[in-house]
Design a protein around this ligand. Structure first.
Ligand code: NAD
Length: 478
């Protein structure tokens, strides 16, 4: 059995404690490897290494930093297949999606490298004669990156890419569910001529290692992706030192299907949205509002499409559309939400139960019709292959249902009418809206949630500048 260590200052190092975390394959229940259940001391060692490395890294021209990111991207591209297998084995997504994740990670690092020559400050008009006011964008220092399990490899790049190109260094704590891919990432780093201490990886659990990172006085910003509860705990820990937080939290994306929608397109895309990664994606459609006049056709076609979904162990069968849920906790949540919806009057059109398999957390592809706005399945994040459907009478009602939510990450609408699409865009209160297409953001966009979906955001120019702090210089000529 493989037992891995933390990666600090360019080397694999043993934890100062002796507790370990067992990593389980969710399709088979078998043990994949173990990683350290790291201590506060381990986190502090990594932060110290990152702070030391930041001095020279921050002084390096950004174009030179970009060269290191490009070398890392190229290295990752040479190892797509083994990396994809590691991700699938510990996380349960299909091999096809895992390959896309690895390739997208390399593309993302290249994209962030392109910013090396594009980081810009401002020159501001002064009130004084002979004075010039400059606004510089400076590195923050050490970034703490705390990751979820659903896109574990890509999230390393989403934190480290913008952190490094803007002159910061980083300490990453992967999810305790999916640390193996982060170990592989560090092995590739160790093979490169990559300055030590720029990217440090400390494994462990949220309440110890995660809290130590978020409450460290030497961390300048915590960039966290995960659940609302953990995000709130990170924010509380960061508050002790007034540390900046960047939070990418949960979602409950509404999809609105209008009477004039292309029903076949909406069925195809919404189904794909619920089965990709077994429905465990923050931005994918979590609740569907369909116009009463097309509800029957939509639900029937969606039911047929979901029934045809092929799922199973993604390592053994490359043709599956989805694999197991991540763990028992996630599985029980799906069971609870479906059970409470049915008890409150929702109708199971297909699925609605655990799949008949000897191992693994498999839930059947599920469609629930007759749902209402007050049901937990409409209000809480499901994170499983379940589509609850609510009917509406007009656009006003659909928009008010969509906005009636504590989350505000993504949203979508299916319509052929430009005016309807424009009204939805103006009135829907979410960080992203997709019109007649699947929910998947672009690296040059800005992925940022409203309300409890987060603070700040990721990707593109706006995501990049989250990793900088301003410095205004007033220069007087005499
Ligand atoms: P999680 O909150 O359970 O864990 C995320 C990370 O936080 C893990 O590394 C965990 O160890 C750490 N953590 C847990 N408690 C902590 C604490 N008290 N202090 C510090 N760190 C702590 O989330 P998860 O189950 O890994 O991921 C699923 C969630 O992430 C979903 O809600 C999903 O919507 C969200 N997510 C959001 C985005 C986005 O871009 N908005 C992207 C992916 C996932």
């Amino acid at each position: 059995m493989k037992a891995f260590d933390n990666f600090i200052n360019g080397k694999f190092v043993r934890s100062s404690g002796d507790k370990r975390i067992e990593v389980i394959n969710p399709a088979t229940g078998s043990l994949v490897c173990t990683v350290p259940d790291s201590t506060e001391q381990d986190v502090n060692d990594a932060v110290t290494a990152a702070a030391e490395a930041q001095r020279s890294w921050g002084a390096l021209p950004a174009a030179k930093r970009a060269g290191h990111l490009r070398a890392l991207a190229a290295k990752i591209r040479q190892h797509v297949e083994p990396l994809a297998r590691v991700i699938t084995e510990e996380q349960g997504k299909t091999l096809g999606l895992a390959r896309v994740e690895v390739e997208f990670t390399a593309d993302y690092l290249d994209y962030m490298a392109e910013w090396g020559r594009r980081i810009e400050g401002e020159i501001i008009e002064s009130d004084r004669e002979g004075e010039t006011i400059f606004l510089f964008r400076r590195p923050i220092g050490v970034i703490g990156g705390i990751l979820p399990w659903n896109f574990p490899f890509f999230l390393i790049a989403r934190k480290a890419g913008p952190a490094l190109i803007t002159g910061n260094t980083i300490v990453i704590k992967p999810s305790e569910e999916t640390p193996h891919n982060a170990v592989k990432f560090c092995e590739l780093l160790a093979e490169l001529d990559f300055p030590a201490g720029l990217i440090n990886v400390v494994h462990g659990r949220g309440p110890v290692a995660g809290q130590a990172l978020a409450s460290s006085p030497s961390v300048g910003m915590v960039s966290f992706t995960g659940s609302v509860n953990a995000g709130s705990a990170v924010m509380a820990a960061a508050a002790k030192n007034i540390t900046k937080v960047n939070l990418e939290l949960g979602g409950k994306a509404p999809a609105i299907v209008m009477a004039d929608a292309d029903i076949d397109l909406s069925v195809k895309v919404i189904k794909a949205s619920r089965v990709i990664n077994s429905g465990q994606v923050c931005n994918c459609a979590e609740r569907v509002y369909v116009h009463r006049s097309v509800a029957q056709e939509f639900v029937e076609k969606l039911t047929t499409a979901m029934q045809a979904t092929h799922f199973g162990d993604p390592i053994k069968d490359e043709t599956v559309e989805y694999g197991p849920l991540i763990n028992e906790g996630g599985f029980k949540k799906v069971e609870r939400l479906v059970g409470s919806a049915v008890a409150a009057g929702a109708e199971v059109r297909t699925g609605g139960k655990r799949a008949d398999r000897s191992t693994g957390y498999y839930y059947e592809p599920t469609v629930l019709s007759g749902c209402t706005q007050s049901m937990d399945v409409i209000r809480q994040e499901i994170f499983g292959p379940v589509i609850p459907v609510v009917e509406f009478g007009d656009l006003d009602e659909a928009i008010s249902y969509a906005n009636d939510c504590e989350y505000g990450l993504t949203s979508s609408i299916y319509t052929r009418d430009l005016n309807t699409a424009l009204r939805a865009c103006q009135e829907i209160r979410f960080g992203e809206t997709y019109i007649n297409r699947e929910n998947f953001e672009a690296m040059q966009g800005f992925h940022a949630g409203w309300r409890k979906s987060g603070i700040g955001g990721a990707d593109g120019k706006h995501g990049l500048y989250e990793f900088t702090q301003s410095h205004v210089v007033y220069m007087q000529r005499y």
